[in-house]
Design a binder for this molecule. Structure first.
Ligand SMILES: Nc1ncnc2c1ncn2[C@@H]1O[C@H](COP(=O)(O)OP(=O)(O)OP(=O)(O)O)[C@@H](O)[C@H]1O
Length: 306
């Protein structure tokens, strides 16, 4: 869906990206993570031509973006910014309707779409007539997301979308994004400097450093002992083994042997970190899983962290 081929970007004497090659397949939620100034936003902005490469090519939907009309390209790709970028003098509904209006949709179709999007991002329909200044930070982020999704683009670019909100709201918004991604199957490129967020949201994580991709892959693989040391250090939060357990499902260490009848049971969807936490809390080193045969032993859980 998105392909960077040997792409370099310069701002005057600054080399922002150096021969970066990367493929993001359709339906993937790809997070770009790395230290400040490593080139995350620059890499993302190449996709909708807010930045032009000094060398190499950027292909979107199989076509070189250099040959695309920038305005039409941007209308076909959702874009969510940290600052939300909402128009201050327009209502929530008008903000969400921005791209459908540009595309010439009729009023009933736009009104129906605004209603559907408010529901999708779980905003109270009564907020539709408010101005952005009358919203909380979390509500404004939801409006920004709704606006980006308005014309149902197949690609969504998100630049630190949850940066300006409190940790609790941030968790909620992440959960919403995961749900929306699962429901819609959109290709999402998301910039974050929060390693936990990068791992939790992604199907594909890309680690940047000094304008280069230094590691790329599935979240659990990037904190494994054989991962690139920089990625493991950046993403591991000082406890890469534990972090890895939090990214793997309990089923990864599942054994056929039945659990004792009095063994604590894990809920469906539990991770290996949930299993370890349950063992620590209850003092039991064998667990069962609700509505399923088989068991999980402490040794099997620990073996997965390596
Ligand atoms: N418009 C610009 N003009 C000049 N230099 C720029 C411009 N945009 C980015 N840069 C430089 O390019 C490099 C990469 O910047 P970029 O914003 O892509 O990094 P980032 O990883 O997104 O950083 P942050 O996490 O701080 O947002 C930095 O050295 C930055 O100063």
């Amino acid at each position: 869906m998105i392909r960077f081929e040997q792409v370099s970007v310069r701002f005057g004497a600054v080399v922002a990206l150096e021969t970066v090659s990367l493929a993001v397949e359709a339906g993937v939620l790809c997070t770009l993570v790395g230290p400040s100034g490593s080139g995350k936003s620059t890499l993302m902005r190449l996709v909708n031509r807010l930045v032009e490469p000094a060398g190499g090519r950027v292909l979107v939907r199989g076509r070189d973006v250099a040959g695309e009309n920038p305005a039409l390209l941007r209308r076909s790709i959702g874009y969510v910014m940290q600052s939300t970028g909402l128009f201050p003098h327009r209502s929530v509904a008008e903000n969400i309707a921005t791209v459908p209006l540009l595309l010439g949709w009729d009023r009933p179709r736009i009104a129906a779409r605004v209603t559907a999007l408010l529901a999708l991002v779980r905003l109270d329909p009564e907020l539709a007539e408010r101005r952005p200044a009358e919203l909380s930070g979390g509500q404004a982020q939801r409006v920004g997301l709704a606006r980006a999704l308005a014309a149902d683009p197949d690609i969504l670019l998100m630049d630190e979308p949850f940066g300006a909100v409190d940790p609790l709201t941030r968790r909620e918004l992440r959960a919403e994004l995961r749900r929306i991604h699962a429901d819609t199957g959109k290709t999402i490129l998301l910039v974050t400097h929060d390693p936990e967020e990068a791992l939790e949201l992604a199907t594909q994580v890309v680690v940047l450093r000094d304008g280069q991709v230094v590691a790329e892959g599935a979240p659990a693989a990037l904190v494994a002992p054989d991962a690139a040391p920089f990625a493991r250090e950046l993403l591991g939060g000082g406890q890469p083994g534990l972090r890895r357990l939090s990214l793997l499902p309990a089923s990864a260490a599942w054994e056929d042997a039945p659990a004792p009848p009095d063994a604590p049971r894990l809920p469906p969807g539990a991770t290996l970190a949930d299993a370890l936490s349950c063992m620590a809390e209850t003092g039991c080193n064998v667990l069962g899983l609700e509505e399923q045969d088989g068991s999980l032993r402490l040794e099997a859980v620990l073996a997965q962290g390596r």
